[in-house]
Design a protein around this ligand. Structure first.
Ligand SMILES: [Zn+2]
Length: 343
């Protein structure tokens, strides 16, 4: 779990993934034949297959997390910011953030003062454009440390509580961890494996588009979080997945349709190997599979990690779901030549 903690606590917003690239490179070097970073900042770990004509399997998990960049510092030292990725404004008020300038500073995200607001305004959820960041430092001192364009991420430590983990950025560092762990455990395999930490997913699956185009895999498997809405007030049919009920095999979301043959093969593998799984249909969202479906040969599937409170400072996953995802991914890689595409 030390590696997962390191991955989650490191900062890496779309287009500024260097800290995560460094970790991925370091770890992939231990268990692949070749590691390189492409022109879009995707990290690719290549493991050569044993077959005469090996199939190509691309496994993709995105390295970026949602965050911000500094867009303005006013004369009183308050920072305005631009989002990189889709934020839920109500999760941001009163949160602490880290601003990575010449030094790392802690700031507080705030809006207009609650106690000064008339009763009606108190019920309103502030919009992103009305929020600012306060470090307590005055303009002159602040500008010596922070520049326009510096990156900002939520300030949250990784927490382990029995089988439950809570952190920022499980979306999608949990997949980075799963991919690294999968490569660590894999023995000799028939297929060529491309383990890819993708860039810029949160702003429109950009890194996966270019890497899938370059690699042109026979199978594209994305690993990403999905919603677990198994919480008070949500009807059973809208819960999408349940925490702790196993890896979720995605049928579709609003951005990709998993190949029916791959979905059925994943189900068969999970049953045969007694890996706990659940089926997932997400009525919104997308993963790197959406890009791999459009820019390579196209057959894709996503293995999802059920996650409560996605895109918030406190995302929550279950260790047994993480383990089930690793086990199913390994089985797929080992037996992928038996997988038949269906339509
Ligand atoms: Zn994601």
């Amino acid at each position: 779990m030390q590696l997962l903690k390191e991955l989650c606590e490191a900062p890496g917003i779309p287009g500024r993934e260097q800290a995560i690239i460094n970790i991925m490179k370091r770890e992939l070097k231990k268990n692949t034949d070749k590691v390189y970073v492409d022109e879009m900042g995707n990290v690719i770990g290549f493991k050569k297959g044993e077959a005469k004509k090996p199939l190509k399997v691309m496994i993709a998990g995105h390295m970026d997390e949602i965050g911000f960049i500094v867009s303005h510092i006013d004369k009183d030292g308050f920072i305005r910011f631009n989002p990189r990725g889709g934020h839920i404004p109500r999760t941001l008020v009163s949160q602490r953030v880290k601003i990575y300038g010449k030094k790392t500073l802690i700031g507080v995200v705030e809006g207009s003062p609650f106690f000064l607001a008339p009763p009606d305004a108190r019920k309103k959820i502030p919009e992103l454009k009305d929020l600012f960041i306060d470090t307590g430092l005055k303009e002159k001192k602040l500008k010596k440390i922070i520049n326009i364009g510096d990156i900002i991420v939520l300030d949250r430590n990784f927490i382990e509580q029995g089988d439950i983990c809570i952190a920022k950025a499980f979306d999608d560092r949990i997949a980075c961890y799963i991919i690294l762990e999968t490569m660590k455990r894999l023995g000799k395999v028939n297929a060529d494996i491309y383990a890819v930490g993708t860039s810029q997913e949160e702003v429109g699956i950009r890194g996966a588009f270019t890497s899938a185009k370059n690699l042109n895999p026979d199978f594209g498997i994305a690993v990403d979080i999905t919603g677990s809405f198994d919480i008070p007030g949500v009807s059973e049919h809208e819960q999408v997945t349940k925490l702790g009920e196993g890896v979720a095999i995605k049928i579709n979301d609003s951005c990709s349709i998993s190949n029916h043959g791959i979905v059925e093969f994943m189900k068969k593998l999970a049953k045969k190997n007694k890996i706990k799984f659940q089926m997932e249909i997400l009525p919104f969202g997308g993963t790197d599979a959406g890009a791999m479906q459009r820019s390579g040969k196209g057959p894709v599937c996503t293995l999802s990690i059920p996650t409560r409170y996605g895109h918030s400072p406190s995302e929550m996953v279950h260790k047994k779901d993480v383990e089930a995802t690793i086990e199913l991914l390994i089985k797929f890689i080992e037996e992928c030549e038996k997988c038949k595409l269906e339509f």
